[in-house]
Structure formats: C-alpha cells, structure tokens
Ligand binder design. Structure first.
Ligand code: MTE
Length: 323
C-alpha cells in the first residue's frame, strides 16, 4: 500500500532557506557594546548527540485545535529554518544554540507563582497543563534585530494563568524569570550578563487576548531551543520580550527591569512595542527581513496587531513605548 506523505503547510525545501548570517545579529551587537572582556562571549561549545528532553507526559495534547481568529497572511516559517536560528543567550550569544539547548531537562519542571497573590504556590508543568485548554495560533514574531518569522504556536492565554494565580488588586505588573543553571546553560557562566533572564508586562497587557504562554510549536511539544517547556509570545512587541523556559512568575507593584534593559537601558526599554518609525539607536526599524525567504517588507506598527493592543497605551505619555 502506498503511503501518501503530506507535507505540512509550513514546509519548504531546505535549499530555499535564507543564508542566516546576512544581517545584524546579537554578536555584532555585543561586539559594539565595548565591554571589557566581551571577546569572551564566544560560541558555547555544541554538545552533539544529546537526546532531546522533550516533555513526553504532555505529548498527546498536540496538535491542538487551531484558533481561526489568529491566522495570518504570511507563509509560515519552516520548522527546519526556525529551529536552527534562535536567540537563547543561556546557551550562547549566537544563533546556532539548538544542539546546546537539548541539555536542558524540561521534565519534571516546576513553576513558582508568587508575589502579590492570594497564596503563593509552585505547580508542576504537567499539572498546569491539566488546568488550561491548549489551542494553536499563527503569530508573527519581529525581532528587534530586524528579522521576522511566522510560527504556529500552541499554548494558552496568559490571562488564564493570571486567573489561576489570583493576584491581589495591588498587583500592577507580572514579572517572569527563566531557569538558572550554569551547569547546563554555559552562557550563564558569563557573569557580565544579569542572569537569570527577566521580563515583565503590565497587568493590562497580561490580560490582553494576544498574550500567550507557549508550550508547543508546529503541532508538537515545544523544542528546547524555542524555550521549552513554557515561554511567552507577545507578538506586538519586539521578540526579546518573549521570555523562554519560564520558572517563576511574580506579581508585583514595581516595574520589572528586564534583562536587556539592565544591560543597555539607552537601547532597550520596558515597553518595546514594535514601531517602524522609531529606529533602534544603531539601525532602522522601518523594514524587516523575512527569515526564510530573505524578502524585505515594511514593518507594521505594533507588528500589525494595533487593533487589538493600541488601546493599552492610551494616556501613557512621556514614556519610550517603542524601544
Ligand atoms: N528568553 C531567554 N530566556 N533567553 C534569551 O536569550 N532571547 C529573546 C527571546 N526570549 C531570549 C529569550 C529574543 S532576543 C528573541 S528574538 C526570542 O526569544 C527568539 O525566539 P526564537 O528563538 O524562538 O525565535
């Protein structure tokens, strides 16, 4: 009997993939920082042959039903491209971290919810998934480095996590923290970085329907290099806000200072909403390069999600909303 192998809609031949060194990357950025000793921010040794520590207990939850309210008019970035071009500084300050990232053990994985909540708690990742409904959404992703991609994420609304957390009315922000383990993530031995990686959003942003906690991609459990077992996706903001491999979620009345803001406050701020008219201090944000085709297209205000999110910023004046 003949097998008919159907390629998923995001599949393209590897040969069509863009050469991946053709644009500004974090390495260039780090070189330009002028820190003493940053030459040490060289590649983390890749560890070939490490089996993926994928989260087997939850694998039957995929593929989840696609939410048709979240589709897009761009071709999806092929997994083959996306999964080999990642920013995950814990595993190196370059894009080829996918092998090194397999060393992270993502099961069991506990997440601590604390701060201004009725009762702080720690919950196992598998238990958390038992309390939410997963769905698939097609999202754009616009990196501050001016490249973009389009991904089929699976996950649940950040608002659902907020409901489980039961924050107090005094909570104004949600602060996220990545795991900390220099024994598996060699990048965390680079002491000039303010580890662990931290990000934050306002309570209003956390309640927006677009704010998504991602546990899967391309119809399966999240690969380690994408930030397994759980990461954020905030598609109207620059990609660095979408923190990976979250271990701690804290509710607070103090605005969190994020990883990149702490390193370079003159270039990266708290809000980091996408805006083609506000250049980065060292390059334009007017256009973006689509990762797998190499095509340059105009960047859209709020990455095209203005209708859903622009109101979140009404009345906020005198702040750098777009860096
Ligand atoms: N989260 C952690 N913990 N560490 C990181 O280095 N990089 C950020 C973001 N989340 C990063 C992170 C940046 S700069 C981008 S563009 C996206 O992850 C990249 O996501 P991707 O590799 O899935 O494309």
């Amino acid at each position: 009997m003949a097998h008919i192998i159907q390629k998923p809609s995001w599949h393209i031949d590897e040969a069509l993939a863009t050469p991946q060194d053709a644009f500004i990357n974090r390495r260039t950025l780090i070189k330009n920082l002028g820190f003493a000793g940053l030459g040490l921010a060289a590649a983390v040794a890749l560890k070939p042959g490490i089996a993926s520590a994928a989260n087997d207990a939850t694998k039957d939850l995929y593929p989840a039903k696609r939410n048709e309210a979240h589709t897009i008019d761009r071709e999806l970035t092929p997994w083959e491209v996306n999964s080999k071009y990642n920013n995950f500084y814990e595993f190196g300050s370059h894009k080829q971290i996918w092998r090194a990232a397999q060393a992270l053990k993502t099961s069991p994985w506990d997440i601590t919810v604390d701060g201004l909540v009725e009762e702080p708690f720690t919950i196992g990742f598998d238990d958390l998934l038992g309390r939410v409904a997963l769905e698939e959404r097609l999202y754009r992703h616009r990196c501050v480095e001016a490249w973009s991609m389009t991904i089929p994420w699976t996950g649940f609304r950040l608002a659902d996590l907020v409901a489980i957390a039961k924050p107090l009315s005094s909570a104004k922000y949600v602060r996220f923290e990545t795991f900390m383990d220099p024994s598996v993530a060699a990048g965390q031995k680079q002491s000039w970085y303010p580890w662990p990686y931290v990000e934050g959003v306002t309570m209003e942003e956390a309640g927006n329907d677009l704010a998504f906690l991602v546990t899967g991609a391309y119809g399966k459990v999240l690969d380690n290099q994408f930030g397994a077992p759980i990461r954020l996706a905030l598609p109207w903001k620059y990609g660095f806000k979408s923190i990976k491999s979250i271990k701690r979620i804290s509710f607070t009345d103090t605005r969190p200072v994020s990883f990149w803001e702490e390193i370079l406050p003159q270039e990266y701020g708290f809000w980091a909403n996408v805006n083609p008219e506000v250049p980065h201090r060292r390059w334009s944000q007017a256009e973006e390069r689509i990762l797998h085709t190499g095509e340059r297209v105009p960047t859209l205000l709020y990455n095209g999600y203005g209708e859903q999110v622009a109101h979140l910023y009404d009345g906020i004046e005198g702040e750098r909303l777009f860096t």
